[in-house]
Design a protein around this ligand. Structure first.
Ligand code: PLP
Length: 355
């Protein structure tokens, strides 16, 4: 990658080891259950999470949607934290295709719902109300600097869910960023939820795919949902082969991405006119903001970063930037972003003083 791309960890290319594994993958028809590489990936993923079964899906969005369709029916409610991806960033899929009603609950600075709010959002058995069926969680919580939520939160939610007969699905697009940052085994978090989906194609660098895990009975239903969504792939072992390399080789090194994100946050926080938004950076996402006093727009800054240094970074919402670290950006790239930003800010400060 000669471009330095901080826009997302979805931009990651597969590694050389992945390309080789893909080229030599044993394949079969996965809708018949006959692709040995897909089967191996599904079994490996489930075993890592301490769950019974796995399902290879085309994307994180498909994993979440297949899970929601398997857990909840039309006119039933799913509770989720404000700005959680499954509700706000997946094109309304749960409502559009599942008829599932999202019920958003406020979250704290780390992305956690308060237990009181969660309990209050559960509908009682009143015919006026949609039946509450599902709680959607997210870890890491993308919108809060990818904060890794600790086991205690999942234990607390599980207790509420158990008392109310609700299922819990964890959108773990960056699940392994969370477990690495928390320094816990994946099963420590997964034991508290009914299903987990995680992305192979973000920090783990595989080109395509996510794995959804849960009980055998749940995965049976999710497999049908995947077919309904057009997600029954055939010789998908070509893709799953890269996923196996991702699980074998790419998890421990997520620490490097986290160290680079911290380096970025520290460097940015030293620049006048820039402030880090959200909680302490513990994984691979940094949100930051330009001071309102500065005489230029975020689009202008992003444009200059691209033109002058081939550094790509996107505005997120109306007044924040989001930078995401991954395998293809190193500490020197982080320093480049900081240096060029510093230069732009310094110039503009001079220009401002002159007027
Ligand atoms: C990226 C992401 C997804 C969806 O993954 P896609 O593969 O892009 O569909 C879901 N949830 C979260 C939190 C994500 O960051």
């Amino acid at each position: 990658m000669d471009r330095v791309d901080f826009r997302s960890d979805t931009v990651t290319w597969p590694t050389e080891a992945m390309r080789q594994a893909m080229a030599s993958a044993k394949v079969g028809d996965d809708v018949y259950g006959e692709d040995p590489t897909v089967n191996a990936l599904e079994e490996r993923a489930a075993a890592m999470l301490g769950m019974e079964a796995g399902l290879f899906v085309a994307s994180g969005s498909m994993g979440n949607l297949a899970a929601i369709l398997a857990h909840a029916g039309r006119g039933e409610e799913a509770i989720a934290g404000y700005r959680s991806h499954a509700v706000t960033n997946e094109a309304g899929a749960l409502a559009a295709l599942g008829g599932v009603v999202p019920r958003l609950v406020p979250t704290d600075e780390f992305g956690r719902m308060r237990m009181d709010d969660l309990v209050a959002a559960i509908n009682d058995d009143d015919p006026h109300r949609a039946r509450t069926r599902l709680i959607l969680l997210e870890n890491t919580f993308g919108d809060r600097n990818g904060f890794p939520l600790p086991e205690s939160y999942f234990a607390g939610v599980a207790q509420v869910a158990g008392e109310n007969g609700l299922a819990v699905h964890l959108d773990g697009a960056r699940f392994f960023n969370a477990t690495v940052a928390l320094d816990v085994e994946p099963s420590v978090i997964a034991q508290h939820v009914d299903s987990v989906s995680f992305c192979l194609s973000k920090g783990l660098c595989a080109p395509v795919g996510s794995v959804l895990c849960g009980s055998r009975e749940f995965i049976y239903r999710a497999r049908r949902a995947r077919k309904v969504l057009g997600g029954g792939m055939r010789q998908a072992g070509i893709l799953a082969a890269a996923g196996l390399v991702a699980l074998d080789e790419m998890i421990p090194r997520l620490r490097d991405d986290h160290a680079n994100a911290r380096r970025l946050a520290e460097g940015l926080s030293r620049l006048p006119g820039i402030s880090i938004v959200g909680p302490e950076v513990k994984t691979n996402i940094v949100f930051f903001r330009l001071s309102d006093d500065l005489p230029f727009t975020m689009q202008y800054v992003a444009g200059r970063l691209r033109e002058e240094a081939n550094v790509w970074i996107d505005a997120y919402g109306t007044n924040e930037f989001r930078a995401v670290t991954h395998y293809w950006v190193g500490p020197e790239d982080v320093d480049l972003l900081i240096d060029v930003l510093h230069r732009i800010l310094a110039e503009e400060n001079v220009a401002l003083r002159a007027t």
